[in-house]
Design a protein. Sequence first.
Length: 447
Amino acid sequence: MIFLLILIATNVFLLSRITFFPYPELFVYPYLTNHGLIPYKNIFDQHFPGLMFFPVNLNNLGMVIPEIARYWQYGLVIIIQILLFFIAKKIFNSSKKAILVNLVFLAWQPFFEGWVLWIDSFLPLFLLPAFYFSYEAWKNGKAKNIYLSGLFLGIGLVFKQVVAPLVVVVFILLFLRRRNVKDALWFLIGFLPFPLLMLEYIFSKGIFTDFWYWTVIFNLTTFAQYGKLAPTFSELFRVFSVYGFSIFALINKKSRNLAVWIGIFALGALFSSNARFDFVHFQPSLPFICLLTVMTLEFCWRKAKFLIPIYIIGSSIFLFTFYKGNLGNKVFFFGDSEKRIVVEIQKLSGPNDKIFTLGTLPHIYQMADRLPPGNVFVFQFPWFMMKAEDRVLAGLINDPPRVVIRDLTAEVDDKNLVSFMPKISDYVKENYKVIDKIDSTEIMIKK
């Protein structure tokens, strides 16, 4: 336990000494929801509700500034480390191997964008227990384990729909193990409550059509075509180097069943990285890769010791390069420029006035405690604006904002954002004038 506490403290310490990137969505979506905007109808987004759109969300749970978000990040890592230890201790029947799993997680958690706080950061809280109980259910068929595996997978699905393929695979495997209808029923009894609660909320708001479009149709069409982000060669090399090493865990016949079951969850959790290849999307699968890595190290110790120093040296090079480039106290999207812009907005507008952001700072509504025109909001990525520009423009025309902030240079994936909303850009240019500029962001009021 002392070693575990040391590793956890070290993990938190390292995170506190590197850059921090809390996704703006985690701030602005709950804020807008709590101020009357209806998810999917007024807030156009492609994700399941999680802790962003339900009545109980990150905003009313207190995550309203980046400093508090840091503590959420630390808390998530602490819980994941504890879960990893006890699960590893159970499945390996060894405290030493469990501690080694924690050590491997400590090495790679910051590296795979553990300094980013996003939905993926929450998923291990549910996938790890789901793995343990499903593996136990596969071994002994106890109803309690089947029920609990379904329960945690159900919670995970409410956070992110990419959990769905894993749910299907686990359900099929547990059913085929004994071909017992009772097993299927116990799984469904555990799995269904939270997704049904989500659907009840969706139907109660009268937004099922909007919800279905943005979270399913939009994802499979417009976003799939225009929103994908392909990996670079460097990113692929790093992923294959770290993840590929764990494949050796499958060689040992005595533990192959366990390795395969861990691998199922590792692969299932990788669906998060399918659309956009950002390292943060590897966070859900990382705990399972750490389990497989320790199994590989055990095999190498007995059969191929020369691989261990290669792994350690390669890891050291990766980590040295990572920390060299990420040490510091920078917090993305919550710097001095953003704070100065908030001050100007609050000087030029009252609490009941609307403001509008064009190409920049989508979370400024939450920071400045203001609402968007027409009570309509969307992140102004190209794939969103292809579908939402007219709705946003109608809000601008019918409910003109007091202040507009504009950044004509803003880009995502090397694409200029303003160029994907020409109607909105023309309206702002025609009706608003620049009175100040903070870095690349223009402060505008009505002509």
